[in-house]
Design a protein around this ligand. Sequence first.
Ligand code: SF4
Ligand code: SF4
Length: 280
Amino acid sequence: MGLLDKILGKTSGAPSKEVTAAPTAAPVTKAPEPVKQEVAPKKSEEVKVSKPKLAYVHLSGCTGCLISLSDNYEKLLDVLGAVDQVYNLTLMDQRELPEGKIDIALVEGAVCLQDEHSVHLIKETREKAGLVIAYGGCAATGCVTNFCRGGQANQPQHESFVPINRVIKVDAYIPGCPPTPEIIYNVAIAAVTGDMEYLQPFLADKGGYACGCDLFTKIVENGLCIGCGTCASSCPTRALEMQFGRPSLNNTRCVKCGACSAACPRSFLPVSQIEKKLMV
Ligand code: SF4
Ligand code: SF4
């Protein structure tokens, strides 16, 4: 009944429940109703729209990404209703990744290299999942975990954290600290419905290196900045502010979440195309 049902119904071309539930014992002598007969030629077979299996893998981070996901409130029902959730330590009593294949793995948090369990879990996730999405700054770029030097009370030996693409191949990135509820919702729906056009910017390799400096080396210093201010608006720590139509970076505030680079409208267009336009 939600938005996703509509989308699934449209994209899969599957008959609706009302049509499949049509009575099968039509009298032989009477002519059948023309419209229903055309739409549902097979009678009592139940048409099932299989939902993609989703695993929510939680590694090292502050859990802010999960909170941002839940900030979708009632729209969260669309997201959760769209998938068959098979693993989520916070929401389910399921301690291990299930056996067999998973369609989508949403990974929050960085990998702690001193934590054998985390390293094993992320590798197992890659083996089982068709699509691995680095969800949030820590998974995509390391974010604040880049600054960790160990010594935490409960696990003092945990001192090296890396974005997940340093350990496994990643298919898509959702940077941000945390990503906004809207972007999470939109990406989730696009992933479930296979809207690759929407997902295109997220498929580009934006993981593992992004920080405020990237804006300067890749965008501003290449003359590509249009002064739109999107980067400054997307920065969660206000490390960026617009000055004279260009972003200005306060390095000491940058947590390397990657949100600015990901949000910049010039960052995900092919540079060759932009250069061609600028040079003409
Ligand atoms: S400048 Fe801001 S948005 Fe960009 S990586 Fe640093 S903290 Fe994130
Ligand atoms: S988001 Fe806008 S202001 Fe910031 S670097 Fe990109 S083009 Fe320039």
